[in-house]
Each structure stands twice: as structure tokens, then as C-alpha cells.
Design a protein around this ligand. Structure first.
Ligand code: AMP
Length: 284
């Protein structure tokens, strides 16, 4: 992969890179489309990264669909599929980790200790191997995207980090490889994440700026769905990921919710003038 990428760069070509864990869906493919527009060649990686799963998490049963993924990428005209083995990525004696301090300990990082260290480590390695001009990430994993941006800035990485919108199902559920775990009943119930964010969006658009009242609105919607067990419902500053008491500047309303054994995350992006007054722009 390094050799192929180096040659493409030597020829003056612009590499676009989409890192994934496979079991591809329209969310992943939207990143591939963005890469297609900006770059040539396009490289997609599929690597289920053991370092970002805790021992009690779903690494072993994480959905794997290599043949259908490969066909979908071929169909989209992706130039290179990079699918290293765990042994290639982490040889015996592998010792280096990347930790983006502070940002990695909150929200997802608090519930999943070590998760973002695994993510940052693998993403840095993949970026080093592929050497893209542009690397694409989804806002569905907003904290991950923020951490990768911070890593890229701190370590003066060359690739430009591009963050793309959330792709959703008809009922609003954000596409996720983990949706495959849901039973029919849980799948129906899972739309409550979107409804909770949408209700919060509507109260914000009606002028509410108090974050407690906004998160209470989202919590009330989640509470109406007996199958949904919230892990957190938090309004955080989009830069620091610290919780905020009044909306101002760029914020995110972040949800993590359990449906049976499956844990789903989603978020609403809110942008206001720095002082907090004026119209809010909300993106689901
Ligand atoms: P994953 O395979 O879950 O590691 O995801 C690979 C990339 O796809 C990450 O940058 C995700 O944020 C992004 N992604 C996952 N789901 C979606 C979605 N529904 N919409 C947009 N991007 C997504």
C-alpha cells in the first residue's frame, strides 16, 4: 500500500482516503463519493481495529462482510481497497500509542476507556501508510472526528481532515454497522434517538438556550421508549467537548443509548453566534 501510494503521489496525483471498519452502508459510501469528487486515486481501508474495543465489547462479533464490501467499492470505482490483517498492523511487540489528552476522556471516552487511544493510534498509522491529501470522516462519530482533527493539528500531519454529514434512514436512524445487531422491535425503537434530537432541535429553534431544559426535552423523548436506555445525553462545546450551561458558539447535543445489547450514538450540531444570541443553525 505504501509503495502504490508513494507512486501515485510521485505522479502528482491526489489521494483521497476513507478509513472504515467495513460492513459498509450508505454512510460510508457518502464519504467515498466525497473522496471521488476531490481526489484520484481513492483508497478505502477496511480494518476492524482490536485496539479500539475493550475486552467486554463486541470485537469478535462486529459485523464483517468483506466480499459484499469489496463489490460495493468496486462498483463505486474505488481504486484501492486496503485490508490489512491484525498481525500486519500490530506485530508482536507493538508498543506505540497515540493519546489525545482530555478530549479522549469525556463522553464516549468516559464510557469506553482506551477507545480513543485505539482509534487515534490506528488512524495515525493508516494515514502514514496511505499518505492521502484528504481523509474523510463522518460527523456521526463527532468526538472521534474532533480528536482526529486535534491529532492532525498537534502532530502537523499533512492530510486535510474532512468531516461529512450524517446519513440517515427514512425514520431518521443514523446508519451504522451496529444497526445490524438490532432485533425488529429494537430497530423500530431505535428511531427514538432521532426523535429526541429533533425535539431538542425544535425547542432550540423556538429560542430555548438553557442546556438543562434542552437535554431534559431529549431525555423525556427517550424515556417514552421503554426499550431505550440512555448512557448519556449531553450538550457539549464542539471544540472542547466540555458540557455547557447555555448555548453559544458551536455546540453538540450528544446521545449514547442502549437498545438491548446494542449501543448507538447520534448527535445534533448547533451553531450560534459566539455571544449566544441570534438564530441557531441546527444540523441533524
Ligand atoms: P466505521 O466503519 O464505523 O469505523 O466508520 C467509518 C467512517 O464512516 C467514520 O468516519 C464514521 O464516522 C463514518 N460513518 C459511519 N456512519 C455514518 C453515517 N451514518 N453517516 C456518515 N458517516 C458515517
Amino acid at each position: 500500500m505504501k509503495q502504490v501510494a508513494r507512486q501515485a503521489r510521485d505522479e502528482g496525483r491526489i489521494i483521497g482516503f476513507v478509513p472504515t471498519m467495513g460492513a459498509l452502508h450508505a454512510g460510508h459510501l457518502s464519504l467515498v463519493e466525497a473522496a471521488r469528487r476531490d481526489a484520484n486515486p481513492v483508497v478505502v481501508s477496511i480494518f476492524v481495529n482490536p485496539k479500539q474495543f475493550a475486552p467486554n465489547e463486541d470485537y469478535a462479533k462486529y459485523p464483517r462482510a468483506f466480499d459484499t464490501d469489496r463489490a460495493a467499492l468496486e462498483e463505486m470505482g474505488v481504486d484501492y481497497l486496503f485490508a490489512p490483517s491484525v498481525e500486519e498492523m500490530y506485530s508482536a511487540g507493538f508498543r506505540t500509542t497515540v493519546n489525545v489528552e482530555g478530549l479522549s476522556d469525556r463522553l464516549e471516552g468516559r464510557v469506553r476507556p482506551g477507545h480513543f487511544r485505539g482509534v487515534a493510534t490506528v488512524v495515525l498509522k493508516l494515514l502514514e501508510i496511505v499518505g492521502p491529501r484528504f481523509a474523510y470522516f463522518g460527523r456521526k462519530d463527532a468526538q472521534q472526528a474532533r480528536i482526529i482533527r486535534q491529532m492532525a493539528a498537534d502532530l502537523a500531519l499533512d492530510p486535510e481532515i474532512v468531516v461529512r454529514p450524517i446519513v440517515r434512514e427514512g425514520d431518521g436512524l443514523a446508519l451504522s454497522s451496529r444497526n445490524a445487531y438490532l432485533s425488529a422491535e429494537e430497530r423500530r425503537a431505535a428511531a427514538v434517538l432521532y426523535r429526541a434530537l429533533d425535539r431538542a432541535r425544535r425547542v432550540i429553534l423556538a429560542g430555548e438556550r438553557d442546556t438543562l431544559r434542552i437535554t431534559e426535552t431529549a431525555r423525556a423523548e427517550l424515556a417514552a421508549e421503554p426499550l431505550a436506555k440512555p448512557d448519556y445525553v449531553e450538550l457539549a462545546d464542539a471544540d472542547s467537548f466540555e458540557s455547557v450551561t447555555r448555548l453559544r458558539g458551536a455546540c453538540l447535543l450528544l446521545l449514547a443509548v442502549r437498545l438491548g445489547a446494542t449501543r448507538l450514538i447520534d448527535n445534533l450540531s448547533i451553531e450560534l453566534p459566539a455571544a449566544g444570541d441570534g438564530e441557531a443553525i441546527c444540523s441533524l
